[in-house]
Structures are given as structure tokens and as C-alpha cells.
Design a protein around this ligand. Structure first.
Ligand code: SF4
Length: 216
């Protein structure tokens, strides 16, 4: 295995202590093989909305491998059909996504608008694989909250053309005074907040750190 940066080593140790599997690959190009090693032929697989999975070639792996992929990105899906895939995803063998932030204490921090992603991370799919660029590693939950407000949410809101304060200004409307402070628009993408700490089911959640900045 490649030389692992010290902060990633710390996070891997903490995640393992919290009953999560964790590993590291140095480059984005190594991600598909690392994911494939955690899948079984014939698995039903589903994904949360994730730039990381697209950038690292994981979506291509799922589309071209021997898996039953509940592909939310299939062209021509109606909103009802997409929502149906979100619900089917709770019964998937494996759910793949990224995480908005991971702390050195081994916590995952995720914020959603629609919230199908954080629901599936918390419960449902038998296995959850999270591909995380090392730029998402933060010291603690306070920094994780700040990271979402100043980096992840503004970039995602802009990408999704959401009419929010952060999409226009590059930062949240409520950066001081509390995790849930923010904009008041119906387009808000920060509606539910999930912290994943010590897990009961050992290794259900698996984190693959990538030594290159991938995703937001
Ligand atoms: S609460 Fe609103 S302004 Fe703040 S990050 Fe979320 S979507 Fe953007």
C-alpha cells in the first residue's frame, strides 16, 4: 500500500475504532479496483448523488460490471421514477456515495436536502461504501460543519442550479451561530444533518480515502 499521510492514518485508526472499515488509495485511478474488491457479482447496487463517484469512474464500473445497478441517472426518468429508485435503494446490497466530511475522530458528517442519501447511509443497504477525497478530512465536527457551509454546499448548490444564497455567494447565509442556520428558500439543500459515530454493525460502512482531491 502507498505511503499513507499522517492525518489519513489517524482517521483510519479512528474509523476502525468506530466499527467502520477504512482504507486508502493514492490516486483516483485506483478507486474502481478498490470498490470492485468490496462488491460481489450480482449485487444490487445504488448510489447517492456524488461528483466523486463520477470523477473516479465508479459509475462506469457499476454500469459495466456484473451488478444490478439501480441507476438514478438513467436518461428520461420521471421524478416519480427517480423517487422510486431512491426507495428501492434502501433494499440494495451495496450503497455507494461520498461523505461531505470525515473527522480525525472517525466521524462522518453528511447534510442533505432530499435526504435519500443520508437515510441510506444510516440504515437500509447491507453495505455502504464511501469514497472520500483527502481534502474532506477535517479535525473535528465543528470544522465539518464549516466545511459544508463554505465549500461542499455552495459548490453543490451551484452545480445543481439551486436558487440559494450560497450558490450565488460561495458561502452559507448562516455561517455563525449554529449548524442548522442558513437560507430560507425552498431550494435549500441543507435540511437534514447526519453524524455517523460508532456503529453497531461492524464494517457495514466502508470508507475509501483517495490521496487526490476528488468531489466537493
Ligand atoms: S442553508 Fe442554504 S445557503 Fe446555507 S449552505 Fe445550505 S443551501 Fe446554502
Amino acid at each position: 500500500m502507498a505511503d499513507i499521510p499522517a492525518n489519513v492514518k489517524t482517521a483510519i485508526t479512528a474509523l476502525k475504532r468506530n466499527n467502520m472499515y477504512a482504507t486508502y488509495v493514492a490516486t483516483a485511478a485506483e478507486v474502481p479496483a478498490a470498490v470492485k474488491a468490496l462488491l460481489n457479482e450480482g449485487d444490487t447496487v445504488a448510489v447517492g448523488g456524488s461528483v466523486t463517484l463520477e470523477q473516479t469512474g465508479v459509475l462506469d464500473l457499476l454500469r459495466n460490471g456484473d451488478y444490478r445497478f439501480l441507476d438514478r441517472y438513467t436518461e428520461g426518468l420521471t421524478r416519480d421514477e427517480t423517487e422510486d429508485i431512491f426507495r428501492q435503494s434502501f433494499f440494495a446490497d451495496v450503497y455507494l456515495s461520498s461523505s461531505n466530511a470525515v473527522t480525525l475522530h472517525g466521524e462522518l458528517y453528511n447534510v442533505d436536502g432530499n435526504s435519500n442519501r443520508i437515510a441510506a447511509i444510516a440504515y437500509g443497504p447491507k453495505s455502504v461504501i464511501l469514497v472520500v477525497g483527502v481534502q474532506k478530512l477535517v479535525p473535528d465536527l465543528e470544522s465539518a460543519v464549516e466545511r459544508v457551509k463554505t465549500t461542499a454546499a455552495p459548490k453543490n448548490a451551484a452545480r445543481l442550479s439551486c436558487d440559494t444564497f450560497c450558490a450565488k455567494n460561495g458561502t452559507c447565509a448562516g455561517t455563525e451561530g449554529g449548524m442548522t442556520l442558513g437560507c430560507g428558500t425552498d431550494a435549500r439543500i441543507c435540511c437534514n444533518y447526519l453524524v455517523s459515530a460508532k456503529q453497531r454493525r461492524k464494517d457495514r460502512i466502508k470508507v475509501i480515502f483517495v490521496g487526490e482531491p476528488v468531489g466537493y
